[in-house]
Ligand binder design. Sequence first.
Ligand SMILES: Nc1nc2c(ncn2[C@@H]2O[C@H](COP(=O)(O)OP(=O)(O)O)[C@@H](O)[C@H]2O)c(=O)[nH]1
Ligand SMILES: [Mg+2]
Length: 370
Amino acid sequence: MNASSSLMMIGVGTAGCALARGVRQAFGEDIRLLLADTDAGTGRSDGPFVLLGGDRLSGRGTGGNDVNGRMAAEDSLHALDASLQGVRLAVVVTALGGGTGTGATIEIVKHLRSRAIAATVFATEPFKMEGEERARRARGALPLIAENANGAFFIPLDKLVQGEDNLAEALQRAIGTLASGIALFWRLLEKPGYIRLDVERLLHIVEQAGRARFAAIEAQGPGRAAEILDKLARTPLLARSEGPLQSVLLGILAGDDLRLGECAKLADGVQALAGGKVPFTLATVNDEQTFAGRLCAVVFFFELGAGTADGDAQGKTPRRAARRNAKNGSALAVGPQAQGGRFSNIEATFYNNENLDVPTFIRRGISIES
Ligand SMILES: Nc1nc2c(ncn2[C@@H]2O[C@H](COP(=O)(O)OP(=O)(O)O)[C@@H](O)[C@H]2O)c(=O)[nH]1
Ligand SMILES: [Mg+2]
């Protein structure tokens, strides 16, 4: 186990933990990993596991209730802390739509931020056929996750599969596709290349990032760079949204036959896709053993999370983010709310007459003195 790495992956919820395991399998080497779920069954397979809300839910899951997921995570934040020693960047992988991935991720990302650990989130959104209730639950969590994250990738499962797949295959394929994309991201961070990306450099890139999109494409043969650009231009995963892009990151992973011309072509093409004039970072990994004859490109578009103009200590201004979400028509931006504060534009989540959007230490009357 890579216990000293400043980079950690945290899987949240049942499908989120399956996704995290898929990334480790695709990466093929040890990843500093933590799995967190309200369902004790998830901890029975390998990997360091934290049971969320054991006293509250007895290890039986949330029953699809995301408020239970939030409360369970709050109960167990101290147990997570024990594993976070030295972590600078947490990559949180989760699947929205159920109770744990949806609810607990919100609390975990907020907690990481309060500990000054950057959190980049990869979260799937449910298939359309799963129904409106799951879709609504997922939509409700998006702004709360995005405004506390350093880059939040929300990936609709429908965009990862072809329509004709049968359900079991579709689920498998979606997890597999996403896991291999995230594994390439991991490789970019953990493997040296001519143009190196490491955790500190990435932290700088995502410092002010909010929502983000990513796609990973691979090709072989003489026209491989052009083929990748063609596919990038057509993938629904990178389709532009309204928000301005804050930065673009291109990772190129290849064997020893990587040509300078291919790097230049991909870099130009990706910047053009981003609409030009956006801060651009290129990183490469040369690994003949893994990528002999192959060329992989991983492209990340980061939207601006929120400016620093309001002077928020960590460069994020949730209130502005909430306003922006309201403008973009995101879920939960339903106001009006009587009180001001960071969630003034967002419908509060109440449970047992407690407003979960109010920090725990205030709700529970705990005084924090330095
Ligand atoms: N790709 C894939 N997605 C799944 C699978 N099971 C559940 N999901 C997705 O994950 C979402 C959350 O489900 P689940 O992980 O069971 O809920 P949780 O444990 O309460 O977070 C669902 O709405 C689905 O979109 C699976 O086996 N494969
Ligand atoms: Mg579950």
